[in-house]
Design a protein around this ligand. Structure first.
Ligand code: AMP
Length: 278
């Protein structure tokens, strides 16, 4: 496996590769990230993972500085997983001049996490666009754990005609149901014990809707109340249709429940797709 730090070297390394599958990450890799590499192997013969903690997508006062950086461990895990090339640029390599050209996110990014993390999706779309241009992959794999991000990146790919196949990988969870995340490492022991409650609430809504309940607002409010009562600070628990990420209208069946909430200083997100009854 090659570990490459500059754009020029990466381009030289990948020149002429007929089947590149890209896995973009911010590092501090866990089995969820490595599952993306497994998915990538089904879609390409050259697997390129990127590791870059992208300052642009952290809101002011966010956790950019304390975000864990574990390059050596990450490279060992990626090699073991069968990755071929790691691109780990420094900040000045990716942003050699002020990045004042930014991507404007679509309407669907102005809600949910977009409401609570100003500038986040602008930063995500800008770095993903750069990585798409630098790596020129045929396929790119993103986790369904970041459901709105995946939705917004699909829009980016369509609206800017990248011609890259965007593949979604399912969320990998801890045995108690908590979605794996680099941010789980921030949790205290007490917070970690509570953390599965977000997923439990999302799952409960899914199960009730799949069982025929139509009182969506009451179900969502119930989850917010439950989490708040348990000591969480809830950003949102919401139901959307999968196609447009809009509030469902009667007849919409392919839905998704999404939640984002804080335990202490740590913000966790989760979601589950729902197939509503007719
Ligand atoms: P991050 O390093 O957090 O930016 O995540 C890099 C990629 O890994 C994104 O496409 C995430 O959606 C994906 N990812 C993160 N956690 C998980 C998980 N638990 N299961 C599947 N994919 C994940």
């Amino acid at each position: 496996m090659d570990v490459i730090h500059t754009v020029a070297e990466l381009r030289a390394r990948l020149k002429g590769e007929p089947s590149i599958a890209l896995v973009p990450t911010m590092g501090n890799l866990h089995p969820g990230h490595l599952s993306l590499v497994e998915v990538a192997k089904r879609h390409g013969t050259r697997i390129v993972a990127t590791i870059f903690v992208n300052r642009l997508q952290f809101e002011p006062g966010g956790d950019f500085d304390r975000y864990p950086r574990t390059l050596e461990h990450d490279c060992a895990a990626l090699e073991e997983a069968g990755c071929h090339v790691v691109f780990a640029p420094g900040e000045r390599e990716l942003y050699p001049e002020p990045q004042d050209i930014r991507l404007t996110p679509p309407k669907s990014a102005e809600q949910l996490c977009g409401l609570f993390r100003p500038g986040h999706f602008e930063g995500v779309l800008t770095v993903v666009t750069k990585l798409f241009h630098i790596v020129a992959p045929h396929t790119a794999v993103f986790g369904a754990k970041d459901y709105q991000q995946l939705h917004v990146i699909r829009a980016l790919e369509r609206q800017l005609n990248f011609g890259i196949r965007i593949v979604a990988a399912p969320t990998v969870r801890e045995p108690d149901g908590l979605a794996m995340s680099s941010r789980n490492g921030y949790l205290t022991r007490e917070e970690r014990a509570k953390a599965p409650q977000l997923q439990q609430n999302v799952r409960r809504i899914k199960d009730l809707i799949e069982g025929g309940r139509k009182d969506f607002d009451a179900l969502l409010r119930g989850a917010v109340d439950d989490l708040t009562g348990a000591g969480w600070r809830v950003d949102y628990v919401a139901l959307r249709n999968r196609s447009k990420l809009e509030a469902p209208v009667p007849g919409d069946r392919e839905l998704v429940v999404l939640g984002a909430a804080w335990l202490g200083k740590t913000r966790l997100i989760d979601n589950l797709e729902v197939l509503a009854t007719p």
